[in-house]
Ligand binder design. Structure first.
Ligand SMILES: Cc1cc2nc3c(=O)[nH]c(=O)nc-3n(C[C@H](O)[C@H](O)[C@H](O)COP(=O)(O)OP(=O)(O)OC[C@H]3O[C@@H](n4cnc5c(N)ncnc54)[C@H](O)[C@@H]3O)c2cc1C
Length: 387
């Protein structure tokens, strides 16, 4: 089967790339292990969608189809240091209607797939597993486990942090384990969250409470493996008591809703995100500490940038040409690196029990809070993905 573009991985980034190319003349194959499904109740994976991501999803025609009663706008963000440092961001003060939207991963994922199913230039190949990839001078050949062969000018690896495409094309990745896990869980809360997201930099990791619609909240606690194990092993009541206490009982009594889960945290950098006939997007191209809540926002911006480059090509131009793909690499050279660096430094800075460092980091937070220029720049970055 012949295509212009093969996308391996139909997660949020890969599926969004395909939809972003819906008006192009490109023939696209999307190869995915399994189609997304909505769980019963609340999804354990909850993301903070930045305003830039919301705009991108709106451009894709997806945003307006989401169940908006399952999305919660963040109107305020409060960051607490481990020794009295405080930083507060408010949408109102920054002239924005919201700082971010909190919503389930599957809510957006399923809706993007609904668009894909209606898209005339996409062939969904799912369930499918790639078995071999050959990069030739004129085209790339992807052989699937069932023997089918796909040919295209360019192959996009959107297959997540253990990317098969990355590995098969020999793009090396430097992976640093944080020795931590992100423990995630959702809670019904005694008190209303009023759209406030809170984050505590603690001795034992970074705790984030993200507001959900109604009196509910989603937690990500990035914490050393040992404590993560301990949290997961606690009885639900003891677990809730521990989370209440860690978050200064800001939302009163908590009741666990659904299952807890934990994900290993690691930093992953690649030397290059493009090669002749190959491009990487999303977690295949970068993995960051979840404390900034920006993982999927980076993935969406990758998809937006690559779609822009490919859609602008005249029909005679080879989309797999390295000079073409380098345009995408240049567009994405700065933002992932900047975020990886900042979140890495922050997670290390707050992960050390040194009294001098503790004073400095909390002083830094208080100082940032008193400098409107710095604060505004941070809010602008969170909202638009640039300073
Ligand atoms: C604890 C935790 C909390 C997080 N919180 C946030 C947050 O608040 N905000 C945020 O923006 N991000 C957050 N993230 C990051 C976010 O989960 C990822 O950035 C995002 O899922 C990446 O999307 P992706 O499409 O690139 O990859 P993935 O979601 O990993 O999708 C990859 C897709 O490729 C498919 N696939 C893989 N291999 C193959 C193959 N060989 N063949 C076919 N298909 C394949 C998979 O089935 C999957 O559908 C968090 C991450 C963690 C660990």
């Amino acid at each position: 089967m012949k295509f212009d573009l093969i996308i391996v991985g139909g997660g949020l980034a890969g599926a969004a790339l395909a939809v972003a190319l819906r008006r192009s003349a490109l023939r696209i194959a999307l190869v995915e292990h399994a189609a997304p499904r909505r769980p019963n109740g609340w999804d354990a994976r909850i993301y903070a969608y930045s305003p830039a991501s919301a705009r991108f999803l709106d451009d894709l025609g997806v945003w307006s189809h989401l169940e908006h009663e399952r999305l919660c706008p963040v109107t305020e963000m409060r960051i607490h240091g481990d020794a009295g440092g405080e930083l507060m961001f408010s949408a109102y003060d920054s002239g924005l209607s919201e700082l971010a939207w909190i919503g389930e991963s599957s809510l957006v994922h399923v809706e993007i797939w609904e668009s894909l199913k209606r898209q005339h230039n996409v062939t969904l190949i799912c369930p499918a597993t790639p078995a071999a990839l050959e990069i030739g001078s004129d085209s790339a050949m992807l052989r699937l486990g069932d023997g089918r062969t796909l040919e295209a000018a360019v192959v996009v690896g959107a297959d997540g942090r253990d990317s098969w495409v990355r590995e098969r094309t020999g793009i090396s990745a430097t992976v640093t384990s944080y020795g931590e896990r992100g423990v995630v869980a959702n809670f019904a809360c005694e008190r209303p969250n009023r759209g406030i997201a809170s984050q505590w930099f603690r001795d034992d990791g970074v705790l984030a409470w993200l507001p959900l619609p109604g009196n509910a909240m989603s937690m990500v606690w990035s914490t050393p493996d040992v404590l993560a194990e301990e949290l997961l092993a606690l009885e639900p009541e003891a677990f809730c008591a521990r989370v209440e206490e860690a978050g200064d009982r800001a939302l009163g009594k908590l009741e666990l809703v659904g299952e807890r889960a934990a994900f290993p945290l690691r930093l992953m950098r690649v030397d290059e995100i493009v090669r002749p006939r190959v491009a990487l997007i999303g977690d295949a191209a970068h993995a960051i500490h979840p404390l900034s809540g920006h993982g999927i926002n980076l993935g969406f911006q990758d998809a937006r940038a690559l779609a822009e480059v490919l859609a602008a090509l005249p029909s005679w131009r080879d989309a797999g040409d390295l000079t073409v793909l380098r345009r995408y690499a240049r567009m994405r050279a700065e933002e992932p690196f900047l975020l990886q660096y900042t979140t890495h430094v922050l997670s290390r800075l707050f992960g050390r029990r040194d009294p001098v460092l503790s004073t400095l980091r909390n002083l830094g937070m208080n100082l940032t809070g008193r400098l409107p220029v710095v604060k505004d720049a941070l809010v602008r970055y969170a909202a638009n993905g640039r300073f």
